[in-house]
Write a protein that binds this ligand. Structure first.
Ligand code: IMP
Ligand code: MG
Length: 166
């Protein structure tokens, strides 16, 4: 097991306190479906400022472990982000292709600010540069599942983050 649930919980609470300090007027959290749902649910409860939640569907991975390289918007936001302080909530930054695409899409909607919070970061795999303001954990280049992360849609409900095959 790479990250047990209690370590994740403690780190998410720290991130919530940082976000509280950085966004005294509150923040709009946008989670990328589906992997970021568990992180969103815990992070939102660790933030005590006024918070709005929304979801966006983006897909860059097929059913396997490697990216198709092709990014698609599969579900759009419900809320307007015009003038809002927006924090994208993502499970993991791997190549960076998904997030650099999403940042490009959302910037065109004129948020007041736009930053990224990712539970996990695999810096060795980066292809597209992307600035991640809040990182839960940097991890080695291994394929992980649990706490929202899937392999072919399975294992999302595991409470811990595990390396696939462990
Ligand atoms: P990127 O566009 O390569 O940064 O890919 C990001 C997306 O790929 C994430 O939102 C995940 O859905 C998926 N992904 C990347 N690495 C892993 C992993 O180790 N386990 C499960 N999903 C992953
Ligand atoms: Mg995924």
């Amino acid at each position: 097991m790479l990250l047990p649930a209690d370590r994740i919980r403690a780190r998410v609470e720290e991130l919530g306190r940082e976000i509280d300090r950085d966004y005294p007027d509150g923040v709009c959290l946008i989670a990328i479906l589906k992997g970021a749902c568990f992180f969103l649910a815990d992070l939102a409860r660790a933030i005590s400022r006024p918070t709005r939640l929304d979801f966006i569907g983006i897909s860059s991975y097929g059913k396997g472990k490697t990216s198709s390289g092709e990014v698609k918007l599969t579900k759009d936001l419900d809320l307007s982000i015009d003038g809002a302080d927006v924090l994208i909530v993502e499970d993991i930054v791997d190549s960076g292709v998904t997030l650099s695409y999403l940042v490009h899409v959302l910037e065109q909607r004129h948020p007041r600010s736009l930053r990224i919070a990712a539970l996990l970061d695999k810096p060795d795999r980066r292809v597209a540069p992307v600035a991640v303001a809040y990182v839960g954990f940097q991890i080695p280049d291994e394929f992980v599942v649990g706490y929202g992360l899937d392999y072919a849609e399975n294992y999302r409900n595991l409470p811990d983050v595990c390396v696939l095959g462990d």
